[in-house]
Design a protein around this ligand. Structure first.
Ligand SMILES: Cc1cc2nc3c(=O)[nH]c(=O)nc-3n(C[C@H](O)[C@H](O)[C@H](O)COP(=O)(O)OP(=O)(O)OC[C@H]3O[C@@H](n4cnc5c(N)ncnc54)[C@H](O)[C@@H]3O)c2cc1C
Length: 439
């Protein structure tokens, strides 16, 4: 009797993480005769590429997040568990969670993404928050807006200068987008609403350790983006390694900059999945996986997205971007469905690179489609359409498109709210006497 029940029991597929990779894997299993359990520590799927717009008050958090339960509402074989995974017992085939649950699996897909890396200086995190989550973005937003409020009333010239100095560390796409968006917020929007803040009294500084900004883009596009930032009044410093960050200042080998607002956009490391699995990882902490995204010697445990180190064609690694996570999730989902049905699996995984886009302010972008490049307003329109299109959920699409159109026409920032209790004035204690001019 027990044996009969077992042979009819459905395969338990557990997916950890409902980001781009995890959700695609779950959705690819929609028609498979399996039980899908999606575990995430938050109850919403987050569209990370637009987090910087939340951090700079262009969009509200709800514009870029959609409840996981709503997304999977129509998928009868899927259930959602709100919990944080802390451990995986490979021999017992169980996932353990923060709240004490043990969730059994036959097949496991880990898609837990990445987090900030401060390159061994985690003590910088408070002074230089990054933007990876909604909480991060609203915290940065509060920091920027509070600095403006204080600057409005500050009478000491040096203290005021520090309050109006915004430093972004790291000039990858996130850093560049963040610097451009801060420049627009401070110079265009804020200068209209505050009495003492004029468009030119703020400094926005983008610091990069490497020789050029946007190192993952071709040189011509990187140069164009640099010029666009210059034109917006952003001071771009390349070849400068940050050696110290403290509350109110950033230090490089040659200077110390007093700045009330510092944003970290310099590095990421994978989620701790490698530790949970006791698996081989690369320098960024990503789990080294086989060509089918499985963990070596364990064909029913898969790792995808930002948590995986996957050798793509030409010796390069699969990039840590949303399309790569989505395509891997979909492919692994189809592989699991085929295995369950006893049919042939999908063709070997091949990444279809849709190209890269980065935006600089509200009317300029660069686009790299390998065969051709696009810059300026046409690239920005393309960027907007692509981002709105990929937002999950109709409400978000409509709401984001409307917010963008409104802010495009008026420079209004509808989400200019200071929220949270961790933004006490003391956060901005600035060590002015050591200040050297940044410019
Ligand atoms: C600010 C920013 C801007 C970006 N801009 C772009 C861009 O313009 N274009 C682009 O293609 N890519 C961009 N990316 C990268 C892109 O967002 C990632 O590559 C993509 O999200 C990776 O998908 P994923 O499924 O691996 O992880 P994620 O989408 O990060 O999802 C991971 C999920 O796992 C959950 N999770 C994590 N740990 C646990 C745990 N222990 N227990 C339970 N759940 C857990 C998280 O809550 C999250 O929902 C950007 C990233 C950031 C942070």
């Amino acid at each position: 009797m027990a044996q009969v029940t077992k042979s009819h029991a459905k395969q338990k597929v557990v997916i950890v993480g409902a980001g781009f990779g995890g959700l695609s894997a779950a959705q690819a299993l929609k028609h498979a005769p399996v039980e899908v359990t999606v575990i995430d520590r938050q109850n919403f799927h987050l569209f990370q590429p637009l987090l910087y717009q939340v951090a700079t008050a262009s969009l509200s958090p709800a514009d870029i997040a959609a409840p996981i339960r709503s997304i999977l509402r129509g998928q009868a074989n899927a259930r959602v568990v709100l919990d944080q995974v802390i451990e995986i017992d490979r021999s017992r085939r169980e996932v353990r969670t923060d709240s004490g649950r043990a969730i059994a699996f036959d097949t496991l897909v880990i898609a837990t993404g990445a987090r900030h890396s401060y390159f061994g200086r985690d003590d910088w995190a408070d002074a230089a928050p990054g933007i990876k989550t909604i909480d991060d973005a609203t915290r940065v937003r509060a920091k920027i807006l509070r600095a403006l409020e204080e600057a409005e009333l500050e009478t000491d010239e040096l203290a005021r200068k520090a309050l109006l100095t915004f430093v972004v560390i790291g000039a990858g796409p996130t850093g560049v987008e963040m610097a451009g968006a801060i420049a627009e917020l401070v110079r265009k929007s804020a200068s209209r609403d505050f009495r003492t803040i004029t468009p030119h009294c703020a400094s926005i500084i983008l610091i990069e350790a490497g020789p050029r900004i946007l190192p993952s883009f071709p040189e011509d596009l990187s140069r164009t983006a640099h010029e666009a930032l210059d034109a917006m009044g952003v001071t771009v410093m390349t070849g400068r390694m940050v050696t110290e960050v403290s509350s109110g200042s950033v230090t490089t080998a040659s200077m110390r900059i007093a700045a009330a607002t510092v944003v970290w956009a310099a590095g990421v490391k994978a989620s701790p999945a490698g530790r949970w699995l006791d698996a081989l990882t690369d320098r960024a902490g990503r789990v080294v996986v086989e060509r089918d995204f499985s963990v070596p010697a364990d064909p029913s445990i898969f790792v995808i997205g930002d948590t995986a180190a996957y050798p793509a064609s030409g010796g390069a690694m699969l990039p840590g971007v949303a399309p790569a996570a989505k395509q891997a999730g979909e492919w692994v989902g189809r592989l699991i469905a085929a295995r369950t049905a006893g049919s042939a699996g999908p063709k070997p995984f091949r990444y279809r690179d849709p190209g890269s886009l980065a935006t600089i302010g509200r009317k300029f972008a660069i686009a790299d489609f390998r065969r051709f490049h696009l810059t300026g307003f046409p690239a920005w329109v393309l960027w907007s359409v692509a981002h709105v299109w990929f937002l999950i959920g109709f409400r978000s699409r409509l709401s984001v498109a409307t917010s963008w159109m409104w802010s495009y026409l008026t420079y209004e920032r509808g989400a200019r709210l200071i929220t949270g209790h961790d933004m006490a004035l003391a956060d901005h204690a600035i060590d002015i006497p050591h200040q050297k001019d940044a410019a």
